[in-house]
Write a protein that binds this ligand. Structure first.
Ligand code: RP5
Length: 172
């Protein structure tokens, strides 16, 4: 029997964590962006408040498991990104999820106002932030992975090409 060349098994290099199932409609955009760029990643529900031990274990083992970047999304009193960042020196990108009560301003301020010493790279509220977290994570991974850097450059090129010269009516 001839030996067939097998593609190397690549474990996740980006971890996407979120405080609740209710964050998934936002955070799935980070995952879909990484899918589009061919970046291996995992998605987990990890709550700073409801599952603090799971959060601790996730952050403390992340580097040894091969993760390069963590994207953490949470809403309201959004402690997950900051607490995760406090337990790892991997880059942590925070996505403020749009809350019902305060439209995500609470999430944004909870995530962005970190004390000096524990950084969280904070993105925009909601879907745009989740997409950009995916792109930024790919950009970080792309520093050492040429295939990911090329996929990101191609993604940008296609985005530019998709912008029309003149506006059109979309409702007719
Ligand atoms: C946060 O509380 C989660 O990140 C979520 O955005 C928010 C509300 O959670 P659920 O009550 O919908 O589970 O911890």
């Amino acid at each position: 029997m001839t030996k067939q060349a097998q593609a190397p098994v690549v474990g996740p290099v980006v971890g996407i964590v979120m405080g609740s199932q209710s964050d998934w409609p936002t955070m799935r955009h980070a995952s879909e962006t990484l899918d589009a760029l061919g970046v291996a990643h995992e998605c987990r529900i990890v709550s700073a408040h409801r599952t603090p031990k799971r959060m601790m274990e996730y952050a403390e083992t992340a580097r040894d498991r091969g993760l390069k970047v963590i994207i953490a999304g949470a809403g309201g009193a959004a402690h997950l990104p900051g607490m995760t960042a406090s337990m790892t020196t991997l880059p942590v990108l925070g996505v403020p999820v749009e809350s019902k009560a305060l439209s995500g301003m609470d999430s944004l301020l909870s995530i962005v106002q970190m004390p000096g010493g524990i950084p969280v790279g904070t993105l925009a509220i909601g879907k745009a932030g989740a997409i950009n977290a995916g792109l930024m994570a790919a950009s970080i991974v792309g520093l050492q992975d040429e295939a990911v850097a090329a996929a990101l450059a191609d993604w940008r090129r296609r985005q530019t090409e998709a912008v029309g010269q003149e506006p059109v009516n979309e409702d007719s």
